[in-house]
Write a protein that binds this ligand. Structure first.
Ligand SMILES: O=C(O)c1ccccc1N[C@@H]1O[C@H](COP(=O)(O)O)[C@@H](O)[C@H]1O
Length: 215
């Protein structure tokens, strides 16, 4: 029997959504520290929510080109297990952040066509995990969380030496097909489990996890 797919529910801001993600078996939960996002959470609220996350679930901080001053404060105030870098962080910056904070780093790489694939290999040399996400449209305000999928055939059948997650436009309705086509054993979702931007839907969280887990 294939191993169970790990699910990350990203952009949590409230206790009910957290509880729904935990009850549905999510292995990762993400908190967004990016003020332009409708899922942005402040440090005091994040500290309170993070304290309620059970042991064994990976608490991921999503940041976008964050300076050290912010990361210093974030990690002093909020108990976190992993940093998700979702901006234009260079490979050298990934190495610097890993060394400075001693936490595993997941680097997001945006894909729209085959020309976007080589950076995956580059970041795999320096990051602990890779998030294979859809490339945002040029005019997008957010570098992710846009509910946009990329053509999964671009990565079908590829095997990489580091753990990776599939993201971008996943929903309870398409996640099974996405897993089957790409061979992903980890998936990440944000807007696909919401009823409005930034407002998580507990029944969609349950449905997404159920579909990803093959239930
Ligand atoms: O969710 C956000 O608001 C966000 C903001 C800035 C960068 C990334 C963001 N979300 C991440 O984007 C992907 C895909 O999201 P979606 O499922 O297509 O909505 C996911 O990894 C989120 O973690």
């Amino acid at each position: 029997m294939p191993a169970q797919v790990n699910v990350k529910i990203c952009g949590l801001t409230d206790r009910a959504s957290l509880d729904a993600a935990v009850a549905a078996g999510a292995r990762y939960v993400g908190l967004v520290f990016f003020e332009k996002s409708p899922r942005h959470i402040g440090l005091p609220e994040a500290a309170e929510l993070a304290a309620a996350i059970p042991e064994g679930i990976c608490k991921v901080a999503l940041v976008v080109d964050a300076p050290n001053e912010f990361l210093d404060r974030l990690l002093a105030e909020v108990p976190l297990d992993m940093l998700q870098l979702h901006g234009k962080e260079s490979p050298a910056r990934v190495i610097e952040i890993k060394a400075r904070y001693g936490l595993p780093v997941m680097k997001a790489v945006g894909i729209a066509d085959a020309a976007d694939l080589p950076p995956l290999e580059t970041y795999m040399q320096v990051a602990d995990q890779i998030l294979v996400d859809a490339k945002p449209p040029k005019e997008a305000v957010l570098p992710g969380g846009n509910g946009l999928a990329f053509d999964w055939r671009l990565i079908a059948g590829r095997r990489w030496p580091v753990p990776w997650m599939l993201a971008g436009g996943l929903t309870p309705d398409n996640v099974e097909e996405a897993i089957a086509m790409t061979g992903a054993n980890q998936v990440d979702v944000s807007s696909g489990v919401e009823h409005a931007p930034g407002a998580k839907d507990t029944s969609k969280i349950a449905a997404f996890c159920g579909a990803a887990h093959g239930n």
